[in-house]
Design a protein around this ligand. Structure first.
Ligand SMILES: Cc1cc2nc3c(=O)[nH]c(=O)nc-3n(C[C@H](O)[C@H](O)[C@H](O)COP(=O)(O)OP(=O)(O)OC[C@H]3O[C@@H](n4cnc5c(N)ncnc54)[C@H](O)[C@@H]3O)c2cc1C
Length: 520
């Protein structure tokens, strides 16, 4: 019996999933060419003419999907449960509302012009797809200052400037290396010439000279700063290793700026992170139905039927792009395959918490312009506003708890009452900036594990966010379409807990839609 191309592809899809369909399409010469760079992504113009798609969720993955599908001529409907778009790219301003399951709503009272990026806040320059949308859609970007040597580190009950911790640590490690070389402990590990070169390099690199003793220069800061006339500078003695490493909690702050997606230059949209989501939304607004929670996902022949609120209504389409977070999708009735239902189980989401206050910019009096302070207290880190320097007030993020310094912190901090979270933050600010915590006002906190329609900051694969180890069978199953339904969202990317991951996964899902539409 002669197989039609469509029947063949359906059989391939049933056995091998969407990726196999795509490969088969390529073999048959039907697949759309892979874009040279993801930032250049575009479905063929008019390729969706006469086809309809229902997109579930209006976060970044859903909005990118809607935008690209619409450009390709598909008829698009986006169903979004909340009364706003953006999902985890959420910027809170005065007059908003913060809902957390089981708690009283908070009513942020920030002054006009101030905002708090409660979810996404920074974008590394390597995130070309999301930055590409920002540029294309006219969203003005500015630097996000991710590191500040003048900010404080509060560990083991002592506050030290970051510059002293970082530079003295480097000096001590270099001193150990110099001593090992001088005592010939490293002979034979690399050549004698290379050892000589390394030994010489330790002087400019870390202030370790011929005597193999670390002597701080100005990099660690000054006890007396260089001044006018006869005010010569004086450097403080180096901190001891015990002060530099009071506990394992301080490990990540030392590494932070070396992490691939935390390296300078980082960026943020002027005016709030939601500017990017809003810019995409502006292009697809008539297609988006807010306040429309998905209640069931069904297949009807080759098509999909989505049941949704506020009353039990239905939307049918040829295709569906489902961007709902996996642990929420698991609870939605569907006729997904047993394999998919099994794969949706037990996906853990990080219960990150952020808290913020409005305040006069007292940190700028101390020469702190943007950047992060770190602590072994439960609030983990502070983020100083990297914009509008010199303005009378700013929003100080006084907690961003994600397990940076202790992996138990997110659960612990999330369980605190809203008032208790703010109390911990105030104590931390007081330790870093004595006498200033009384200036903090209009505090709010967002425990992402309790936020309806998110219930978590991001999927935790293997070693958690940032884990790039290849994923196993469960992840592979989640990538497979269910007939006309394809899946996207940060959880289906190797850039999880980033908007970039959400956009990249959407692009991958849309290629599958394009393939299916072409085969139809
Ligand atoms: C605290 C925190 C810090 C972060 N920091 C950064 C950062 O600095 N930079 C960065 O780029 N990213 C950051 N991220 C990650 C980034 O925000 C997310 O990865 C990205 O926004 C996820 O997009 P998404 O479309 O996959 O999911 P979401 O944004 O969650 O979108 C899913 C959408 O589905 C909707 N939905 C859920 N259930 C239903 C239902 N039943 N019916 C209809 N709709 C439903 C939701 O309301 C939501 O709008 C951070 C996130 C958090 C929480």
């Amino acid at each position: 019996m002669a197989l039609t191309r469509r029947a063949l592809l359906e059989q391939v899809g049933a056995v091998g999933g969407g990726a196999a369909v795509y490969l088969a399409m390529e073999a048959l010469g039907l697949a759309i060419p892979t874009a040279a760079g993801a930032e250049k992504f575009e479905l063929p113009r008019a390729s969706g003419a006469g086809r309809s798609v229902v997109v579930l969720g209006a976060g970044i993955a859903g909005l990118v999907s809607a935008y690209e599908l619409q450009r390709a001529g598909y008829r698009v409907t986006v169903l979004e449960a909340r009364d706003r778009i953006g999902g985890r790219a959420w910027t809170i301003r005065g007059g908003g509302r913060i809902a957390q399951n089981g708690r009283e709503d908070q009513r942020p009272a920030f002054s006009p012009g101030l905002y708090f990026n409660a979810g996404a806040a920074r974008i590394p320059s390597t995130h070309r797809v999301i930055l590409g949308y920002a540029r294309k859609l006219g969203v003005t970007m500015e630097p996000f200052i991710n590191v500040n040597r003048n900010a404080g580190w509060d560990f083991g009950g002592k506050v030290q400037p970051e510059r002293r911790m970082i530079n003295d640590m480097r000096g001590h490690l270099a001193e150990l290396l110099a001593k090992a070389i001088d005592r010939k402990a490293l002979d034979g590990i690399i050549s004698a010439d290379e050892l000589t070169t390394v030994r010489q390099f330790l002087a400019p690199y870390a202030g370790v000279g011929a005597n193999a003793v670390y002597a701080p220069g100005g990099s660690s800061g000054f006890a007396v700063e260089p001044g006018g006339y006869d005010q010569a500078p004086r450097v403080p003695p180096p901190l001891g290793f015990g002060e530099l490493y009071p506990s394992g909690a301080v490990t990540l702050p030392y590494l932070f700026e070396h992490i691939w997606d935390m390296q300078s230059t980082m960026l943020q949209p002027v005016g709030g992170m939601d500017r990017i989501a809003e810019a995409i939304y502006a292009r697809v607004k008539p297609s988006v139905r807010l306040g429309t929670p998905v209640r069931a996902i069904r297949r009807v022949g080759n098509r999909v039927r989505v049941e949704h609120g506020p009353r039990q209504l239905m939307t049918e389409a040829d295709h569906c792009v489902c961007t709902l977070p996996a642990h929420l999708l698991e609870r939605i009735p569907s006729d997904f395959s047993p394999a998919k239902k099994a794969a949706l189980k037990n996906i853990r989401y990080l219960a990150s918490v952020k808290a913020a206050f409005e305040s006069p910019r007292f940190w700028e009096d101390e020469g702190i312009y943007g950047g992060l302070a770190w602590t072994d207290r439960a609030n983990e880190n502070l983020i100083y506003p990297p914009h509008d320097f010199g303005a009378p007030k700013g929003v100080l993020v006084a907690a961003y708890v994600s397990g940076w310094t202790n992996q138990d912190n997110p659960q612990k901090f999330a369980a605190f009452s809203d008032a208790e979270r703010l109390r911990v933050c105030r104590e931390s600010v007081e330790a870093l900036h004595p006498g200033r915590s009384k200036l903090l006002e209009n505090g709010v906190s967002v425990g992402w594990g309790l936020v309806p329609y998110s219930e978590g900051a991001g999927a935790q694969w293997g070693g958690g966010p940032g884990d790039i180890a290849p994923r196993g069978a469960q992840y592979a199953e989640l990538l497979k379409p269910e007939g006309p339904i394809v899946f996207a969202g940060e959880h289906l990317s190797y850039q999880g807990l980033w908007q970039e991951g959400a956009a990249l996964s959407a692009h991958a899902a849309l290629k599958l839609v394009g393939t299916m539409a072409k085969a139809a």
